[in-house]
Write a protein that binds this ligand. Structure first.
Ligand code: SF4
Length: 413
């Protein structure tokens, strides 16, 4: 069932047009500090420089994948590469892999990690038929490693200097050995850092080849500034070529770069997915609004005769999808249950006021209720693109009501 190395887009440049890959950013934290990493951006070990991904919950990631599959039929590989380290967030990472495997039994799964916390998960990775794992190994000599890593956090304890590097390197090499025993294709990434590990990368290549690694990718160090190594120069193309030539005597090389999630449409999809409730298992693509004239959010929930339903189209634009009749006034709690049913595909309702009873019923049906006033398209568009609601409110300088109803409450019966 698993894809062969030759058909994986990360391992073979010729397969890229046929076999697309998508990264699911479910892992925000990291358990080490590389001196070339600027935490403002995604993990540099397997992502393009200066990219910032929105973090998704496992459910949001599955939704994102489903949408991406409708856009691009050739997605055959799903990767988890960050934005931090997948195994510094093992629950989210493993849950995402389980969900994807269940929904897409034929999908190739891959992971990229610094390897510190990988070991305990290798058996399940093999069971889930994760076919490819990448470990970034920049040094096998702890003294050189100590220059590359500021700290390592393992089992809730901080380590520094040579002790930290030794711990990390041991875990990386143990994991590599176990991956090969489990039959998983193992790629090693090495970052070429001039004056720190450039020559040493050759020793790394020789060691990982001995342990059975399948392929090596030597990355040039990329200076993103505001990093410990900000005064180092990036390696020349000649240096990179020379190191690749020498290391290729030990192990096959990967020389192309995979630009996952680079497509703008895919980025908009990612924003839309990240705006969904983190734990929802239902498809809730819409936001409902209570408005008197259709421009402002300016009506109490209990006074609305109809709700305006907004969604996001494939170009990322906020659009009015429909207007839905509100249930008749009266009837107590039953009225709010009917409203919850009417709005069951909405993640949020935006109103200028709400009573406790309807709020409780809607919340219990998984619909969030926000009390505020402002321009509909500005607020709804902001929520869909993943902006923070409080920030949106501040920026628009609009009035935010309390979560309690500021009206008479007469219409909330
Ligand atoms: S592994 Fe290194 S490069 Fe990746 S997020 Fe952690 S510190 Fe940054």
């Amino acid at each position: 069932m698993t894809l062969k190395r030759t058909s994986h887009s990360c391992f073979n440049s010729e397969s890229r047009p046929k076999s697309g890959r998508i990264n699911l950013p479910v892992a925000p934290n990291c358990n080490i500090q590389c001196n070339y990493c600027n935490r403002k951006f995604d993990c540099l070990n397997e992502n393009r420089p200066e990219v910032i991904s929105k973090v998704l919950s496992p459910q949001q990631a599955l939704y994102h994948l489903e949408k991406a599959m409708t856009l691009s039929q050739n997605i055959a590989v799903v990767g988890i590469t960050g934005p931090g380290d997948p195994f510094a967030n093992p629950d989210e990472t493993m849950e995402t892999l389980r969900l994807v495997r269940k929904k897409y039994p034929e999908m190739a799964l891959c992971i990229s990690t610094n390897g510190l916390d990988l070991l305990p998960y290798i058996d399940e990775l093999a069971r889930l038929q994760v076919s490819h794992v990448t470990i970034t190994i920049n040094a096998i000599d702890p003294k050189i490693g100590a220059e590359i890593y500021s700290w390592v956090r393992y089992n809730k304890k901080m380590y520094r200097d040579v002790v930290a590097a030794k711990l990390l390197i041991n875990k990386q090499l143990e994991s590599l050995t176990k991956l090969k025993e489990a039959g998983v294709t193992a790629k090693v990434n090495s970052t070429i850092i001039p004056g720190i590990n450039d020559i040493h990368v050759i020793t790394v290549a020789s060691k990982v080849a001995e342990l059975g690694a399948d392929i090596l990718q030597c990355f040039p160090f990329y200076n993103t500034k505001e990093i410990v190594f900000e005064n180092l120069t990036e390696p020349s193309a000649e240096m990179v070529q020379e190191i690749q030539d020498v290391t290729s005597k030990f192990i096959p090389q990967m020389k192309h770069y995979v630009l996952s999630n680079a497509d703008e449409t895919m980025r908009l999809k990612l924003a839309k997915s990240s705006a969904l409730p983190a734990k929802t298992v239902e498809y809730r693509p819409y936001i409902a609004v209570s408005s008197m004239e259709g421009i402002m959010i300016n009506q109490h929930l209990g006074e609305a005769e109809r709700f305006l339903i907004y969604g996001m189209n494939d170009t990322g634009k906020c659009i009015l999808v429909s207007a839905r009749k509100a249930p008749q006034a009266g009837g107590g709690e039953q009225r709010w249950k009917e409203l919850a049913e009417t709005l069951k595909d909405c993640q949020t309702v935006l109103v200028s006021g709400v009573g406790n009873s309807p709020k409780k019923v809607l919340n219990s049906h998984g619909i969030k209720v926000f009390v505020l006033e402002g321009v509909i398209k500005e607020i709804v568009g902001g929520i869909f693109s993943g902006q923070d609601l409080q920030e949106l409110i501040k920026r628009s300088q609009i009035h935010t009501g309390s979560s309690q109803c500021s009206g008479t409450g007469k219409k909330c019966g």
